[in-house]
Design a protein around this ligand. Structure first.
Ligand SMILES: *Cc1c(COP(=O)(O)O)cnc(C)c1O
Length: 334
């Protein structure tokens, strides 16, 4: 494409844009003078899809009509409801179906993942995070370090930009690992930094992190639904994200979690457990021994809030119609 400045060229691109019809699928907030806003706040809270209300009403009606029987007899039975979200979620973040699950909220999932993937031992006790990490991530990581009895001032290592620069360089992470690699237990960075928009090379970070003997996890709050994360191919051990930003699922909605398939059955990993992570065939036999579901679902704790999942489903159905690849192509073009 030969880029031209000017309104005519922009209008021409609009006419050729196969995705422009999806604008009609969302409620766009209006200014006080009644004109539609140009909404650039999807990084904080995505817009409401017009179909969300109908999806919600379906479950409210089924609950009214069926009560507890809705778990099995609702139009979309609530028992396996989270499974309806699996395929589309996996597609958006570039993972295999059994590597993802929608559960809890972002910071909660980050903690649960660190329970499994931050195992300080001997000399290997530190965590690397990127400078200007989102405060919640920093608090979570620091509190995990403290929980294991270490001082976070010494045990949190920041991957920082060089003087006069604003974004950290991968060479400097490599240098950090060369110098202190044997003391690093975990690298946990935002896949897309919330502050600068820097999209890190996830595959590279995972590969140099693993070569140094560390676990590697990503917070994809600003990546999920926005960029090609290719989580499976990245090789990361885990990733977490929220769905209310680029994935338009409503304020405070549930988060997502990725566990690489190499850990799907890894009984060496400690984890915090709950009944929703137990083998589905025997869950209701109410046994005392815990038997985790294969893959990310094995990290679930509670039966999930269906009304929040409904809103995620309404949005993911739009992603599926639009095609994530097309969305990303358009974002790069923009
Ligand atoms: C938005 C965001 C959060 C927010 O966490 P919640 O647990 O959903 O409140 C955390 N970390 C990052 C990187 C974020 O962008």
């Amino acid at each position: 494409m030969i880029f031209k400045t000017g309104r005519d060229f922009a209008l021409e691109l609009d006419r050729e844009d196969s995705l422009s019809r999806f604008r009609e699928s969302f409620f766009i907030p209006k200014h006080t003078d009644g004109t539609e806003s140009i909404y650039l706040c999807g990084n904080s809270l995505g817009l409401q899809p017009r179909q969300t209300k109908a999806y919600l009403n379906q479950e409210l009606d089924d609950w009214a009509r069926l009560g507890v029987e809705g778990h099995f007899h609702a139009a979309n039975p609530w028992m396996p409801y989270h499974e309806i979200l699996t395929e589309t979620t996996a597609h958006v973040v570039g993972a295999k179906a059994h590597e993802v699950v929608i559960m809890n909220t972002l910071t909660t999932n980050l903690h649960l993942m660190m329970v499994s993937f931050y195992q300080p031992k001997g000399k290997r006790t530190k965590i690397i995070i990127e400078a200007d990490a989102f405060p919640s991530d920093r608090y979570a990581v620091a509190s995990q370090v403290q929980f294991h009895g270490y001082d976070d001032k010494e045990h949190l290592i920041e991957w920082t930009p060089r003087a006069g620069e604003h974004t950290p360089r991968i060479e400097d992470l490599e240098k950090l690992l060369k110098e202190q690699g044997d003391s690093i237990a975990l690298i946990m960075v935002g896949a897309v930094n919330y502050y600068t928009g820097q999209f890190f090379d996830l595959k590279k970070i995972a590969s140099i992190g693993h070569a140094a003997g560390a676990m590697v996890g990503f917070d994809c709050a600003h990546g999920a639904g926005n960029v090609d994360l290719e989580l499976h191919d990245s090789g990361a051990d885990f990733a977490v994200w929220c769905t209310y930003k680029y994935m338009n699922s409503g304020p405070g909605s549930l988060g997502g979690c990725f566990v690489h398939e190499r850990h799907a059955n890894n009984s060496d990993l400690p984890r915090f457990t709950g009944w929703w992570g137990h083998n589905k065939d025997t869950r209701f036999k109410m046994r005392d021994d815990f038997e985790p579901i294969y893959g990310a679902e094995g990290w679930q704790l509670s039966n999930p809030p269906i009304l929040s999942m409904v809103a995620i489903r309404a949005s993911l159905d739009l992603f599926a119609q639009a095609g994530f690849k097309n969305l990303r192509e358009k974002s790069i073009q923009l």
